[in-house]
Design a protein around this ligand. Structure first.
Ligand code: AVJ
Length: 324
């Protein structure tokens, strides 16, 4: 389970503690946050440009269409501390930033991301469209540095957690995360939460195994990253990208399946893996949500739902919540 608390134990402070633990579990895992090194973040941006990866287009449509409504539902404050978790390239957020400018809301935009490269790209891009924007990026692993989130106790906060990134946590982790966030926010602060809705698995399948192979490359990059970062000797050709919908959990799952029996050595971690033929390493679960799931999630974590916005196909939704 991800941490979301502080201080970390001595063991947890090891930079690859979570990775070593996960590789030792059965089924073996690589934590999903490892996708987002600089190369992985760029690959993810290419995914978001794919026709088949609908979530980004849907959420962009929602934010474009409803940016003003969202600010109205935030009470159109004079000043807004806008914290974005896992901001990535920030393209969707531009709609909200422009609406704030047009409404005279002074925004301090504080994008948080695990990739420094992604934040540099974002800053350069935003500087072109909104040269006067006040922006304070922060490189951060929100699982391990939750207490460092740049929430301002003296100002109105709007936290953005878009793209259904929450869906990469297990349901238990989702609740713990939202509980902790609600506790950290003040009465009247807002959360805009992007959630991918349950839908025909055929649509999901194409989104997570696209015809150009970008998602495959994104998944394989995990192995290449470990080769670079901890001097492992994975041979990506000996693995297969597998993306499947699990109807019993209502989630998409991504795996790296070993095509043969093999041993892999991770030199800097002092660790060897023996993989059987067709043994699979779990790399990501992308939970999908039903309207009932969403209601329950808000209810059990102490948030009040203010509004829900969806795209024309009804594939995705952005939920605006507040803490009492
Ligand atoms: C945007 C991080 C939630 O699960 O859909 C895209 C990442 N993985 N294609 C998702 C992802 C494979 C993604 N998140």
């Amino acid at each position: 389970m991800a941490v979301f608390r502080y201080p970390l134990s001595t063991l947890e402070k090891h930079p690859h503690y979570d990775l070593m633990q996960a590789l030792d579990e059965r089924p073996r895992r690589i934590p999903s946050k490892y996708f987002y090194d600089d190369r992985g973040s760029r690959l993810f941006e290419r995914i978001t440009d794919l026709e088949e990866y609908y979530p980004t287009a849907c959420e962009s449509e929602i934010l474009h269409r409803h940016a003003r409504d969202i600010l109205t539902d935030c009470g159109v404050p004079k000043y807004l501390n806008l914290v974005e978790l896992g901001a990535g390239d920030g393209r969707k957020t531009l709609h909200l930033l422009k609406a704030a400018r047009d409404k005279g809301v002074a925004v301090n935009y504080r994008p948080v991301d695990i990739s420094a490269q992604a934040l540099d790209d974002l800053q350069a891009r935003l500087h072109e469209s909104l040269p006067d924007l006040r922006i304070e990026p922060a490189v951060m692993d929100i699982e391990r540095e939750f207490e460092k989130l740049p929430i301002d106790p003296k100002e109105r906060n709007l936290v953005l957690y878009l793209g259904s990134s929450l869906g990469n946590f297990t349901p238990d982790e989702q609740r713990v995360f939202l509980d902790s966030l609600c506790e950290k926010l003040h009465s009247g602060d807002r959360l805009l939460l992007g959630l991918d809705l349950k839908k025909d698995p055929a649509v999901l399948q194409k989104a997570y195994d696209d015809s150009k192979g970008v998602t495959r490359a994104f998944n394989m990059n995990l192995l290449e990253r470990l080769n670079r970062e901890v001097h492992a000797d994975f041979n990506p050709n000996r693995f297969k990208h597998v993306a499947v919908y699990n109807p019993s959990t209502g989630a998409m799952e991504s795996w790296l399946l070993s095509l043969e029996e093999q041993s892999v050595h991770l030199r800097n971690l002092n660790m060897s893996l023996h993989l059987d033929a067709f043994e699979a390493i779990h790399t990501e679960t992308s939970w999908k949500f039903s309207p009932r799931d969403i209601k329950a999630l808000a209810h059990t974590t102490g948030f009040t739902r203010l509004a829900s916005f969806t795209d024309y196909r009804g594939y995705f939704c952005d939920e605006l919540w507040t803490c009492p």
